[in-house]
Design a protein. Sequence first.
Length: 388
Amino acid sequence: MRPRPALFAVLTSLAAAALAASSAVAAPFTNTDADTAVAKRVVATDTDGDSLPDTWETNGYDANGDGVVDVDLPGMGANPKKKDLFVEMDYMAGRLTTTAALDRIVQVFASAPVSNPDGSTGIKIHLDAGSARGTTYNLGGGNEVAYDADLNPSATQTNAIKAANFASARKAVFHYMLWGDSYDGGCSSGQAFNIPNDTFIVTVGPKCNWNATDDINVGTFIHELGHNIGLKHGGTDNLNYKPNYLSVMNYSFQLGGVLKADGTKYWGYSSVQPTSINEARPDETVGLGSLGAAYRTSWKCPNGSTRTTAGAANQPIDWNCDGDTTDTTTAADINGDKTTSILIAQNNWANIVFGGGAVGGGSATIAKTPASELEELTHDEWTEMQHR
Ligand SMILES: [Ca+2]
Ligand SMILES: [Ca+2]
Ligand SMILES: [Ca+2]
Ligand SMILES: [Ca+2]
Ligand SMILES: [Zn+2]
């Protein structure tokens, strides 16, 4: 069928969405103009794998097919041979983080161990705060929104704010996020609604007395964006507090940073996958193994307290907190979830998923983890972690 012109944009968009949901391969199209346009879009070349087709990154994105570019990706610095990630940031009064914190977020992605077709490494993240944080962070989209101390219900109210403050033409290019206060009557630090996704909120505001520092804002922003790009609290699964999962996606490190052996802290995703730990018989003598050499780590004792290694995590670790580091056959609940599991780590950077939600050219089928898996770190838990 050849769609009428008035319906063309809608049908093109629906067809592309349907294809994205059903197949990674172009369907056999008949030869009408409309179908050809859809086919081109679905199989569009994406040299750098960031889900933004080369043609968008080179010529700009024409969302409604009227021949006029709606999102000027090259003008915003996109490169078809380097991975780009766009995030529009709206904010309630007093909640937008500092320029220094935004610089840190950019740096975490820029230094990612991810290779690009142009020979560089890293991901270029484009943060749009509108005019609030200078020209570096102004892509013309971010703005202040009405203050609401409790987004409740969070998904509905976030979507309403997004609908009123985010250009629909940007949906295929930008992730949308909101610097808010709190949500759903609780004190959770943020929410990404789905894994992966195109929308998230950071809610470390005054209602729950977060007194958010740059560290807390950076850690939570990168954590929630991590869900948008496919990352989970346990890496391969949703088990939290794994000592071998050296990522801000792990609650042990979201707000305080991943601990490095040299005394510095790292506010990004994991770049190593240390050996798995079998809680039925964890080997204290090897610690996290050789891949833990550059890190320190934290784990849970049987009494519920948290311990942190004094030095490098490739040294022996007293997993069961009995005073020695020689046990090899004694069960220990190292991540404090009251079950005995095999704790599997993940190299996050090697498992990033571009194109969550509406973002991207629609050529990949991406399975989602529902919001029910996303119980986020609360202010009470953070306070408790700091005092143990
Ligand atoms: Ca691309
Ligand atoms: Ca790119
Ligand atoms: Ca021991
Ligand atoms: Ca456990
Ligand atoms: Zn989370």
